[in-house]
Design a protein around this ligand. Sequence first.
Ligand SMILES: Nc1ncnc2c1ncn2[C@@H]1O[C@H](COP(=O)(O)OP(=O)(O)OP(=O)(O)O)[C@@H](O)[C@H]1O
Ligand SMILES: [Mg+2]
Length: 310
Amino acid sequence: MEAVIETNELTKSYNGTKVVDRLNLCVKEGEIFGFLGPNGAGKTTTILMVLGLTEPTSGEVKVYGYDATRQPLKVKRIAGYLPENVGFYEDLTARENLTYITRLNGVKDKQAFAKIDEVLTEVGLLEVANLEVRKFSKGMKQRLGMGAVLVKEPKIAILDEPTTGIDPKGTDQILKLIVKMSREQKITVLLSSHLLYQVQRICDRVGIITKGRMIAQGSVDEIGNKIMEKEQTLLEIQVSKLTPTLLGSIKEIEGVKDVESSGNRFLVKCSQDLREKISRAIVESGALPLQIKTQNYTLEEIYIRYFREG
Ligand SMILES: Nc1ncnc2c1ncn2[C@@H]1O[C@H](COP(=O)(O)OP(=O)(O)OP(=O)(O)O)[C@@H](O)[C@H]1O
Ligand SMILES: [Mg+2]
């Protein structure tokens, strides 16, 4: 798959402090990419540089081959952007707000109207199309924001925190809409969030950013495994009979760092998954393995590690 957003050592400093630090981001055509990290990690700053709305201190951004810093208008034409705090004209209706956007984009009303109705249907707002936005809930406004992206028929949608502050039902609606626009309209999606747990399920790949640095990029599984490789694996084992000889032979297996036992159960800390070797040692001691559980790094743990501790 081809990379459609690519940053190369992208850096942004404010008053000498790097808030985005040599970032290499790669979003491939057609995927939903989750750009995830805690508050203040540098997500919005990166997005603004990708859109050509903020100039990098150093490094570069390419969007469909266009240099976002030098050719921001080219990028603007192909990218739909949902900002962190989406704003509409409160006294105008949903339909009027979208019409305002299509006019800004130079689309004739006659052409635009059918598209606007199609989009309002898509985001579930057709019935309230003639209601002033002032009367909209936060979830409705956010869906109208998605509509504002869709009405542009972009190649790429860049969504900054599309689910923040939305209740679970509203979040679900937004996430479903993102999946739909990706599948049906083949729009590449870059979405940012500080809620890894909430959005990861719809992402093909994610990038985790903290303190301006990209610390991991790949599928959620790949990232989980990478973290596991670096860390210790914990095996919880139950055997039919645990003898001191067996404990001794397990301690001798290469890669085993620590063994703790209680009754016929024991916990093995090791630098890799040693289930096979340990099973063999158990059988050779004359006992049987009754249960071997690995403790994998769950998303919850990745979350705690990178998002709470930051
Ligand atoms: N215009 C600016 N001037 C000075 N500092 C800024 C500016 N914009 C952002 N920052 C700082 O850069 C850092 C990264 O901010 P950014 O908004 O990119 O983070 P974020 O990942 O989007 O966070 P959030 O999840 O809260 O939206 C923060 O420490 C912020 O205070
Ligand atoms: Mg932000």
